[in-house]
Design a protein around this ligand. Sequence first.
Ligand SMILES: Nc1ncnc2c1ncn2[C@@H]1O[C@H](COP(=O)(O)OP(=O)(O)OP(=O)(O)O)[C@@H](O)[C@H]1O
Ligand SMILES: [Mg+2]
Length: 308
Amino acid sequence: MAASVDVRNLEHAYGAHRVVRGMSFALAPGRIGCLLGPSGCGKTTVLRCLAGFEPVLGGEIALSGRVVSKLDLQVPPEKRGIGMVFQDYALFPHLSVAKNVAFGLSRMAIDKADARAAAMLELVGLAAAHDTYPHELSGGQQQRVALARALAPAPDLLLLDEPFSNLDIDLRERLSLEVRAILKKAGTTAILVTHDQHEAFSLADEIGIIKDGTIEQWDSAYNLYHRPRTRFVADFVGQACSCGASPNGAVAWSPNWANSQANGPFPSPRAVRSTCCCVPTISCTTTRARGRPKSLQKRSAAPSFYTR
Ligand SMILES: Nc1ncnc2c1ncn2[C@@H]1O[C@H](COP(=O)(O)OP(=O)(O)OP(=O)(O)O)[C@@H](O)[C@H]1O
Ligand SMILES: [Mg+2]
């Protein structure tokens, strides 16, 4: 059964190096979350804590309401009902595709395990590759085999650590959409780790932007893009300026804010003015957006402000 995930004030350190600092987020059953952030910010470490490979130094992790990690408790990985897809897929080269997928089903009767493996290969669109070997498959096909293998034991939670990083950009975008469809069909709760925002935006329902081991904002792709709460989030997802305030305190909304106003409630200018931390500026400009057409990717020199 798909798990809910609750991470509360998680702390982790390698020796004196604090890598995860009071991180909190929650995911409902069947939802796909993503930890997005620059290299070295602690994404893999959080996944390893979730999987039970790393002890936690503070806070706790609960899966479906059951605490599995806290300072004095570390439920072993095999008792967490978690599947994992690694960056390099980690397929066994000497086993056929079907045997790779059936590898984690050793407790099942052989005929049932074979049937389950065949069903998983069908799910990922590789039924015809049943008897082939990993080296005979493309990178994208190997990635789907790794996904089928992780889904075969019907994990409550699937963790994916940069699963597309070895693939070219076109394949990466296509596969993220395919993987999303597969996960939704299987109803699995999943957490993806990546530093690629396109991947995060096309695959996840909710995304946490991580900076130095803490989550700056946990939100939908839409809100991260249109309503970034911090400058780091705005820069990371590619929107440098949201709105500006004139010297007399009047707030001018940029086109992006105005456009997005149609799609949901907005804070009043007064509310934003009372919480923002910028120096008032005369102008207001919508600026670059990574991932938009190159013509729109110019960064404005105009100061901008954020609600934190
Ligand atoms: N086993 C370890 N021992 C000591 N330090 C580690 C260990 N694993 C990771 N680190 C350090 O912890 C920090 C976070 O590492 P982590 O692998 O979680 O980052 P990441 O966000 O996954 O990065 P990337 O995007 O490059 O995979 C880094 O500074 C890294 O050097
Ligand atoms: Mg990593």
